[in-house]
Ligand binder design. Structure first.
Ligand code: 2HA
Ligand code: ZN
Length: 274
């Protein structure tokens, strides 16, 4: 069997397209943002020789739960703006080794760079989400402008933050009925922030890092993207409202109306929040 042209693999093409869209949305300035996307062995095998390991990358946090899993991830220090042009330099296809201590590089990062600096947050969050949903595939991090802005002027309790987002656009409670969680401000790129993020991922598909950005999850790139897009839209409306000269909200979606929405669309809002 002849191997298909690797860069034409749907999972690589999807990564090229979504990172370009995210950059155009202003969510990924410079090297901001990172994505990891869990792949099926069979789809990887159509495009790559699974035994042709280019490099072994040691992980300083073991991920035994992900042994044998395949991922495509963005590279550390890479600009989302450039991924579409230089996929082999900016992306990586990885296989987690059986002991969970390292990742085998099967494709990409041809200039010797490392996978995303937030790999700990990504892999620990995959473990948490897979316990909730066996179809889970994507962890996406980016620097959504209005969500970041909101973390300067809004109460940071997950309940209050979620309720404001739910009330800014009618369909938010339907799109993320579990609401969002927030961490305290922490240094990014560390195992500590990875652990804290993955803990919140047990109950949420959106986690905000104050003054930094957001993590979203899903069973596809589109799913994670659209979740972030919806939260960011609500935050944008909030920031428009908050900066309005009269400074005061004259009416809003009420708690009662949120319940009506949830009933009408058959979702259960997080009982800790509503
Ligand atoms: O530089 O977004 O959180 C990539 C990041 C780190
Ligand atoms: Zn970031």
């Amino acid at each position: 069997m002849t191997m298909k042209n690797t860069v034409e693999a749907p999972f690589i093409q999807e990564m090229m397209e979504i990172t370009q869209t995210m950059w155009r949305n202003g969510w990924d300035e410079r090297n901001g943002g990172n994505i990891s996307y869990r792949l099926d062995k069979e789809e990887v095998a159509e495009y790559l020789d699974l035994n042709d390991v280019k490099r072994v990358i040691d992980l300083d946090f073991p991920v035994k739960e992900l042994a044998g899993e395949y991922f495509i991830v963005t590279g550390s220090g890479k600009f989302f703006k450039n991924i579409q042009k230089f996929p082999e330099d900016t992306l990586a296809v990885l296989k987690i080794t059986e002991d969970g201590n390292s990742a085998e590089l099967l494709w990409g990062l041809v200039n010797g760079d490392k996978p995303t600096s937030e790999l700990a947050s990504h892999f620990m969050s995959h473990i948490a989400r897979l316990k909730q949903d066996k179809n889970h595939r994507v962890i996406m991090h980016c620097h959504t402008t209005n969500v970041i802005a909101m973390t300067f002027v809004h109460d940071l309790s997950p309940k209050e933050f979620t309720k404001t987002l739910w009330k800014m656009c009618t369909e938010c409670v339907v799109v993320f009925p579990k609401g969002v969680s927030l961490l305290p401000w922490m240094v990014p790129g560390s195992n500590e922030i990875g652990e804290a993020t993955s803990k919140e991922m047990q109950d949420h598909r959106l986690v905000v890092w104050p003054h930094h950005g957001i993590f979203g999850t899903g069973d596809s790139l589109d799913d994670a993207f659209s979740l972030i897009e919806t939260a960011e839209k609500a935050a944008e409306v909030y920031m428009l409202v908050a900066s309005h000269h009269s400074g005061e909200i004259k009416q809003t979606i009420t708690d009662e109306q949120l319940k009506e929405l949830a009933d009408a669309f058959g979702v259960v809002p997080n009982p800790n929040y509503l």
